[in-house]
Design a protein around this ligand. Structure first.
Ligand SMILES: Cc1cc2nc3c(=O)[nH]c(=O)nc-3n(C[C@H](O)[C@H](O)[C@H](O)COP(=O)(O)O)c2cc1C
Length: 191
């Protein structure tokens, strides 16, 4: 892997979206990817978005592990009983960690960073999917996060919240249907 992560992306990025309204409607979970690899600049933009995330007291307790090694992607795809199989064919998995020894808001901080990655991916025309790790188990009962700790040499302290897989979209997904919005869940002044 040779991502140019210490510098700003070198090429000018043109957004594929008209606006943010369209972007959030078009972002759908993508579980099928083409074999095409990601460009260095696109990966740098994904990480730029993550590192710009808001965090409690600006604790910035997150860490991100970029995994493009096929054997490791295979292990990630099997670290949960269900719901992670698509990691095997993704060109990139971003393991998103927070640190409960730094802040009690680690889940919130890491969640926001994961979503920032997903939104930036969509803006680049890439597909992404959140794979939940916290609270999940491998088929043998080992916590999924511990499987990844051993696989990726994660030290004690940081915890894996999720893995965001990213790649070129391998199938069409319809944008979110406005008619399915649950407006009844929005309350005004009281429940
Ligand atoms: C906290 C969280 C956990 C999720 N876990 C998984 C997962 O483990 N595997 C998966 O394929 N999708 C997972 N997803 C994606 C959801 O299934 C998906 O966002 C939801 O079904 C709505 O579909 P959409 O993203 O296409 O709009 C997760 C999403 C969130 C926010």
């Amino acid at each position: 892997m040779k991502y140019l992560l210490s510098s700003q992306p070198q090429t000018i990025h043109f957004s594929l979206m008209e606006n943010f309204k369209e972007l959030i409607q078009r972002r759908r979970s993508m579980r099928k990817f083409t074999p095409e690899l990601l460009k260095d600049d696109d990966v740098a933009l994904l990480m730029r978005a993550a590192l710009m995330s808001p965090s409690s007291h600006r604790s910035c307790d997150w860490n991100f592990i970029l995994v493009d090694d096929k054997a490791k992607l295979q292990v990630i795809s099997e670290c949960r009983q269900n719901g992670a199989a698509h990691a095997a064919d993704a060109p990139l998995a971003i393991v998103v960690l927070g640190d409960p020894t730094v802040t009690d808001c680690w889940v919130e901080n890491a969640s926001i960073a994961a979503l920032m990655i997903q939104l930036q991916a969509e803006d680049l025309g890439l597909g992404s999917c959140w794979i939940q790790i916290r609270g999940r188990m491998a088929p043998d009962g080992t916590p999924s996060g511990e499987v990844l700790r051993e696989l990726l040499d994660i030290p004690e302290g940081p915890e894996v919240l999720c893995v965001v897989v990213v790649g070129h979209k391998g199938m069409e997904r319809k944008p979110f249907n406005e008619e399915h919005l649950q407006w009844e869940k929005v309350h005004i002044n009281k429940w």
